[in-house]
Design a protein around this ligand. Sequence first.
Ligand code: HEC
Ligand code: HEC
Length: 472
Amino acid sequence: MATEFANGPSAATKSAATEVEQSSNNRAAELGWEVLTKKALLPSDFSQTVIDDIWRSWPEEARVKAENASPEDRLRLIYHRYGLSERPELLVGKDGTAAFVSPQQEDSVGPPMQYVVSEKGDWTMNCLSCHGGSVYGVPTPGAPNNRYALQTLTEEVRSTKFRLGKPLGRMELGSLVIPLGTTNGTTNAVVFGMGLMNYRDSELNVVQRAPQTFVHHDMDAPPWWHFYKRPYLYIDGFAQKGHRGLMQFTLVPENGPEFYREHEDDFRNVFAFLSSLRAPQYDGPIDQPLAERGRHLFEQTCARCHGTYGPDGGTYPNEMVPIDELGTDPVRFQALTSEGRQRYADSWFAQLKQGESQETRVNPEGYVAPPLDGVWASPPYFHNGSVPTLWHVLHPQERPVLWKRAAEAIDPERMGFQIELADKVPLSQPDVLIRRSYFDTRRFGKSAAGHDYPDELNEQEKRAVLEYLKTL
Ligand code: HEC
Ligand code: HEC
């Protein structure tokens, strides 16, 4: 059944009672942002000394550039290489929606959004490493980090620690046996979660179990600005939304069962923060009459799965599509087993409070059509990030086999990444970061096939729908 949405929480701020409620929600959202950006929830990954020295592990061309740069510009190069950005400030509006302001400073570089940096200079990965990206150069909390280079960062931290004689940490050791992500901007995140859950009982005590084998595959993180609309989370919609479920990413052996009880309020606040996010608006030119035609076509062809949008807030049908009918890459669907989902269903994570279980779909049929608010701002497309532009989503036959992002700026014609095509990944390229910027749709879990629904439209109709998608 479709859920209807008022356009922003402002509709609820009528009476004095709801105003009080609104202001306590706003406070919770602010506290949630603090938890994400200031509270280290995992053991620290590396120190400031390591990050300041990391450029010495780079391939020659990049290293020479860093060597000749001022200390501030060198730090900017380091941020840029790994997909990090300066942390903006949060402002929660009276209507309860989040807005962000970026610091504008020439002579210093602020702390990163993607890591918590302690006063002692310890860096610890946070949720925003994958969920805090840049929308065509503008740092945007909640946008998928489509530039995050976790694998390369981890390898270069490892060689830097080695050079500095420092002990290796969890990530550098773990990544020797588990791939973290083979293409920049995508990660093997689901497998980290499942792997760690294997060593817990339902109350989250750490237990001994035989190691399981997992199907490694990379995913493109979904934007958080859909969170307020989605009753169930993840591409297969298997888990009902709840604050406890958000804590899965902190499942390292160092965090025992008491960690989860102690941090429950923090994650109620993170939940409030996620609920306060809304999609950014496209500020480029829009052909309004064409977009209006696109809206009609979208409502006929796409809305049954993706819902409706507009000043009234629209609807979201939460529609699950059987995997064979959909035809997009099935690896993620198969990788999460019924037993894995059942283990989640029986655990502390799937309860709202003690004894109050949430719904878990142990055997979903396929993937759930996501809301498309702000879809212009979250390339690449599909759950595995295999399709570089919205035009290519609308033209299933023309999707590139092997592509690479060619510039930071938007392709305003096709709405998405500007790309270069190639026949094969240039293995002679000495910089592994550049090799990992190629997306090869022939590789396991990276298919760009399927979702042929746009082919119900002719070319002119597709143009109109593309124009409409800019308005969401
Ligand atoms: C290593 C990257 C990574 C990190 C770190 C990470 N996530 Fe995610 N997150 C993902 C990916 C990939 C998915 C998609 C999983 C899927 O659909 O199966 C996801 C899905 C989600 C979703 C579901 C969104 C939706 O619309 O379905 C939420 C909510 C979420 N993450 C919250 C968090 C929180 C909170 C943290 C920190 C405690 C976190 N994530 C840390 C990569 C990450
Ligand atoms: C039968 C249901 C269904 C119909 C009809 C449908 N879609 Fe989808 N759509 C999906 C599903 C499911 C996904 C997720 C696929 C994946 O990630 O593997 C999706 C994904 C997308 C995405 C990528 C979203 C992202 O953030 O990665 C876009 C864009 C999109 N659809 C646009 C459209 C348009 C435009 C139409 C109409 C021409 C349409 N869809 C019709 C089910 C549908």
